[in-house]
Write a protein that binds this ligand. Sequence first.
Ligand SMILES: Cc1cc2nc3c(=O)[nH]c(=O)nc-3n(C[C@H](O)[C@H](O)[C@H](O)COP(=O)(O)OP(=O)(O)OC[C@H]3O[C@@H](n4cnc5c(N)ncnc54)[C@H](O)[C@@H]3O)c2cc1C
Length: 489
Amino acid sequence: MADVDAARRKLEAALGPEAVLSDPLALRLYARDASMVEGGCALVALPTTTEQVQACVRAAVTHDLPIVPRGSGTGLAGAATPIGDSLVVATARMTGIVEVRPEDRLAWVEPGLPNLDLADHLRPMGWTYAPDPSSQQTSSIGGNVNTNAGGPHCLAYGVTSAHVLALDVVMPDGSLERLGAEGPEAAGYDLRGVVVGSEGTLGIVTRVCVRILPTPPAVRTMLFGFDTVEACAATVSAIIARGVVPAAVEMMDQGIVRAVESFAHAGYPVDAAAVLLVEVDGTDAGVAAQTHEVEAAADANGVSSVRVASDHVERALLWKGRKSAFGAIAQIAPHYHLHDCVVPRTKLVEVMRGVYAIAERHGLIVTNVFHAGDGNLHPLFSFDRSVPGTLERVLRASDEVVRLCVDAGGALSGEHGIGLEKRDFMSLVFSAEDLAAQACLRAAFDPDGRMNPRKVLPDGARCGEFAIAATGSGHAASDAADLPEGSWI
Ligand SMILES: Cc1cc2nc3c(=O)[nH]c(=O)nc-3n(C[C@H](O)[C@H](O)[C@H](O)COP(=O)(O)OP(=O)(O)OC[C@H]3O[C@@H](n4cnc5c(N)ncnc54)[C@H](O)[C@@H]3O)c2cc1C
């Protein structure tokens, strides 16, 4: 039986009263991430050290509270959305850069460090951290690790899992483990790899050893405009077919370009049906050769405008347009919803046509801005939730988009994760046996089902006595009534 008051007293003694929140306003603020799902929690703890995180976990164990780890709350799948009498453990105050060792090509950082702060710290030293989610000003390294975040520059460099060497993790019983190693070959099973992308269901990450890379000596950023979405999408495959893997290939359709342009004034061609933002990097000779191939691919597909950034100021402006896209669409309507399904690159045109048709059928506005190079779609439905019936239409349309992508041979998520929003789609791509195997893996870390219950796996996914939403005293235990409304559950 959960004892919230006793847990609060214990946490206040361990962390100090200012680091434990229990007033209704604070609890409301921590009741959601950047998705549309709103839940609720009993307590919020803001630890600043690994020892304090351990104290949080032990208090939750002693007083029988589920734990929801949280970074900056920018997640788009409801993975950090708490449910029921949870203790939210937010690592956002753990922002230290512990050490940078260029000679070993690594850095140790704390989980609350915003992604961009790491990149900014490394830049004057001539180094970089490659994963660059568009939320990088705010999203934390701990959140990036737990969602296996991607970003525009992950096409050539790989998503977060390729850049994490080791993790310190507070386990669900309060013990501390180091998973992975600074060197390339950690012995035994790759438990570091298991935790990356686990959405806070296996433990709380308190320190991360990331791989750092030298800043490429040369870079070229190009913006191509096209008269049709089809020509734009076809150029993506044409670039790859020419043997070039650019650092980034981002696609934006006209709706997004117009919203971005009136906000960022980046000089995007507002009459184009779609644009491609392409960046190549490497040595001077390599960049010149890649640029030639990219331009040839765009030419072959009837490109209507070409702009090449002449200096770092113009480059930054072009990227500002792309990275502020989600914010810019607030001009269209107050709410947005998206899924980040991945489809084979060769199916981009077909799937995008299908997405537009779905939006039309439901009378909705959809715009597209996405990591085209790896087929990671982000169809954004813009709407006003206060108009009766609109949210329901958005949810039906989103459901159809997910099924369209899966039918095209796609995956449920390229980077945002599964969380609450997509967990009931898991059975579209995994068999009952697959889900049981994943439940067994989760139970090996967290036999009591205390960590971020009801996330990732659908209710009923079962490993022996451990089951998501099992009956009994396990923390997955609950009925559907305690799940937030307005979600897909
Ligand atoms: C405008 C915008 C643009 C975005 N662009 C991208 C993009 O380009 N690429 C991309 O991948 N995502 C993107 N996202 C989604 C989001 O920013 C990422 O999923 C990000 O990695 C979440 O980080 P966070 O710190 O906000 O984590 P949160 O949302 O707080 O948490 C995310 C998950 O990580 C877990 N978690 C957080 N910290 C810890 C910890 N210390 N230990 C254990 N578990 C933890 C939580 O339980 C949850 O499951 C975007 C979001 C927005 C709003």
